[in-house]
Design a protein around this ligand. Structure first.
Ligand SMILES: NC(=O)c1ccc[n+]([C@@H]2O[C@H](COP(=O)([O-])OP(=O)(O)OC[C@H]3O[C@@H](n4cnc5c(N)ncnc54)[C@H](O)[C@@H]3O)[C@@H](O)[C@H]2O)c1
Ligand SMILES: [Zn+2]
Length: 368
């Protein structure tokens, strides 16, 4: 089994990656955590319907009780009210401080279950069993948990690391192709900012990855998790290097907000955001045009990405942290070469506006 260790000041845990790992989850849990009489699994009804037989088989063998708790799919359920309802259900079912929670779903389930684990009885242990590519390479690692407010995403939350992450690439066989492609945008991002060798590997293997080739998925999950684990180890609470992971996210988040989180998946918005960052870097002459083209080409192989309606001005306004910041220079992640990015503090509004306009032109030509 392949494993990547995440080591931070406050936690140390493995991310295990192996096809068909789900069929032996209970054994793995018993091995690592000794006697647990029962586990509570937070999942959504459709994921449970698809995977419950595989999931339950090993628990039945180990005579471990499984209590599923359900959350309907969709970002709109990532709310404090859902966490409260789940906590009531845990309490009613007799979950105690030594309870083990399992997050079995995409990033929405993972973020919410992590937060539930952080606050239920002032903190219980939890395991991540991510079922989307994005959750396997990104959201299940690093300990950020939380829920949304009406005023913005992830505004309530805490850092609470899982005790282990189990990634089974075979689970991705039921994931809609659009979700896989959007998740792969985040792996292109990780390679572009941290690992030129991995970037070349992606250029070579992307088409097979898109077909769901399990060996290649395993390799790419391992490499992406390693990048995230190293960055999180250096900077657990995002005061320094962890900001690099926000490559493409300044403009990407603005696109999501301006379009009301409806027309694009997160990864799709981030693809456009990376293209804006690439344009800004080229304009500043910090990224050679030939490397910019390689990033663009690789991203577009994950497309086509949806078009969206948004004016450059509206997007620029949304990139400022608040209205007071509108006129000021701001922090931004710039790719400088394939495999390296930097955080700068001096991106001016006109510069950012030009990058957004260039991205919108590209979106007009190549979006669908
Ligand atoms: N904590 C972090 O560090 C972090 C990082 C990145 C993103 N996030 C969060 O992650 C969330 C997005 O996660 P996501 O992209 O996984 O979306 P998601 O959890 O909404 O899942 C996407 C869709 O795929 C379905 N699905 C999941 N697994 C499936 C499977 N194996 N087969 C069939 N269908 C399946 C889900 O039900 C859902 O409809 C956002 O809320 C975002 O804020 C958190
Ligand atoms: Zn992201």
């Amino acid at each position: 089994m392949r494993s990547v260790w995440v080591k931070t000041n406050s936690a140390e845990y493995p991310v295990h990656i192996q096809p068909n790992l789900l069929g032996n989850l209970a054994g793995q849990i018993q091995l690592s955590y000794g006697k647990t009489s029962s586990v509570f699994v937070v999942t959504s009804p459709e994921i449970w319907e698809l995977w419950k037989e595989t999931f339950l088989a090993s628990f039945q063998k180990q005579k471990l009780d499984v209590h599923p708790l359900f959350v309907p799919p969709g970002e709109r359920h990532k709310r404090l009210s859902t966490v409260e309802r789940l906590a009531e259900e845990l309490s009613r079912a007799g979950a105690r401080r030594d309870t083990l929670l399992v997050a079995f779903g995409g990033g929405v389930i993972g973020d919410m279950t992590g937060f539930l684990a952080a606050i239920y009885m002032r903190g219980v242990r939890y395991i991540q069993v991510p079922t989307t590519y994005l959750a396997q390479i990104d959201s299940s690692v690093g300990g950020k948990t939380g829920v949304n407010l009406r005023t913005g995403k992830n505004l309530i939350g805490s850092f609470h690391h899982p005790v282990a992450v189990f990634c089974d690439p075979a689970i991705l066989s039921t994931l809609p192709s659009r979700e896989l492609r959007a998740g792969l945008v985040e792996t292109v991002k990780a390679a572009a900012l941290a690992d030129a060798t991995y970037f070349r590997w992606l250029e070579k293997n992307l088409d097979q990855l898109l077909k769901g080739e399990e060996k290649l998925l395993t390799e790419s999950i391992q490499r992406s998790v390693k990048i995230k684990a190293e960055i999180v180890a250096a900077d657990e609470h995002e005061s320094g290097p962890r900001m690099l992971l926000n490559l493409g996210h300044t403009v990407g988040h603005a696109i999501e907000a301006v379009t009301g989180y409806r027309s694009l998946l997160h990864g799709e918005a981030i693809a456009w955001g990376i293209l804006a960052a690439v344009s800004l870097s080229v304009e500043r002459s910090v990224l050679p045009p030939s490397e910019a083209k390689r990033i663009e080409d690789l991203l577009f192989r994950l497309g086509p990405f949806p078009k969206f309606r948004a004016s450059a001005k509206a997007l620029l306004d949304r990139t400022a942290a608040d209205k007071k910041h509108l006129q000021k220079s701001q922090r931004f992640v710039l790719p400088v070469t394939i495999g390296r990015a930097v955080v700068v503090e001096d991106v001016t509004p006109p510069e950012l506006l030009a990058a957004i306009q260039s991205m919108l032109r590209l979106a007009g030509e190549r979006g669908v």
